[in-house]
Design a protein around this ligand. Sequence first.
Ligand code: FAD
Length: 515
Amino acid sequence: LIAEAGLYKASDQVIILSPENVDSVLYNSSAARLVMFYATWCGHCVAFSPTWKSLARDIKEWKPAVDLAAIDCADESNRKVCTNFGITGYPTLKFFPAFSSNESMGQQFSGSSRDVRGLRHYIIDKLEKQHEAWPPACPPLETASEAEIDNFFQTNNVKHLVLVFERKNSYVGREVTLDLLQYENIAVRRVLDTETSLVSRFGVTDFPSCYLYYSSRYICRMKVLSEARTFYSYALQRLPGVVRTGKHQTAITDPINNSTEEWRPFNKTSVYMSDLESALHYSLRVELSGHITISGDDLTALKKYIHVLAKYFPGRPSVKSALKIVDNWLQLQNGTEIRYSSLRDVLDNAVQTSDAVLPDGVQWVGCQGSQAQYRRYPCAVWKLFHVLTVQAKEIGSTDPQEVLQAMRGYVSSFFGCRPCAEHFESMALESMDHVTSLSAAVLWLWSRHNRVNNRLAGELSEDPDFPKIQWPSPELCPSCHGVKRTGEHHWNQEQVLTFLRNYFSSDHILMDYLQ
Ligand code: FAD
């Protein structure tokens, strides 16, 4: 609880230090650590915290080799730890190499830039200096020679060898190497433009550029939208046979479905009405049914949820009529509480006439998972609310907050996954109120969903056949992605908005498999 009171939470991908864990995290660890000592009341620390969080998201894949930590020195219980490390000003950054001894005070940050890119390069520079304390999980970062590459498959048992050709001062090769650190069947090596014999042998003309090397006679250049780290890493993590450590092999075109249900073939790039209707059924008849009575904030949340559904759900006419009936009934309930059984009565009786129907049961299509524990309802909840934010924009709601606040209320009061609800609430608390236009609402939900994707990538709950990516992928929306002059990836938000308005628009929702 103390940790949650500071500027960081464990869900920010930052290790929260305390007197109890500081020794085990910093000393004799197989991974290096970069630690921020800060004070909650210090304005610079507050201003710096978004950078630290972005960095943590950015190098999440590097964790087995190097990880970020933070400690709030303003917290009384942490004072002794901060004093022992000689901290007198905030924020202070210290690097602890892997296997640091328990006398180590850490190495004071000496980089020149404290933005995400500068910090990432600083970390790489520090890692490279650790000849004796090399983190075992860290692949080689030095440049590869022709001899190493020619003999590579004799000494390594991997399927893909990736060569990033680049200039000496480029970090792309090392960044991609670390991005792939948790992936099996693949190794990445950087080759300098000065390795002239390899450069001319393979006809390399662009630096950086990325090649897949299979043997001295078979090498091919990887086609990407931009010659930059994010695009290389994204494409490499999805090569056939490349799997995240601990995950089963993915079969991209033919998902392995171990559930007893029959698999419904679907187009991965479309939204299906069957998922949206299934989400309605599940939320109204299953999730809500856990609440015998509904009152106070929960009742307000329910009313707002049903109201936005009645206004914006782009469903079949009979479903829209049904939602309107439920909405009208709810708005007439002036008491402080309702019983779920009364709502259920409306859902099952008042509503089920020939021209007003709420479909009964679930039939997942685009939200099917390769196994029963994956995807389904939470997937459809996301899609439902993306559709609603887009519909509110198309129809022209007068309130940019309307759909987002309805989602916030529903998730907070009823969404069965309570840790999910807490995380979502903390994101809402941070910035939902700043949304002042309908376009911004569409983009807010998209970017927060991506944050959740980032946090969950590689977790056990991730369906191996549907990896969590920063969405939409470069294949799905090439114009959404761009590269800054510094080589950093950036989202072209205008293009993302256009893409989302099209992707989640009522015109593009597929009606296959509806009962
Ligand atoms: P989902 O993330 O459910 O996405 C569904 C579909 O939406 C994708 O297939 C894709 O087509 C599209 N999509 C993906 N990203 C975006 C985007 N950025 N914008 C628009 N569309 C996109 N699970 C946890 O384990 N921990 C949590 O804290 C957690 N919090 C959650 C909070 C909320 C509000 C919700 C609704 C779910 C949460 N979940 C959480 C569940 C998790 O986010 C996924 O929904 C679940 O793991 C199923 O994943 P999926 O592969 O179907 O993709």
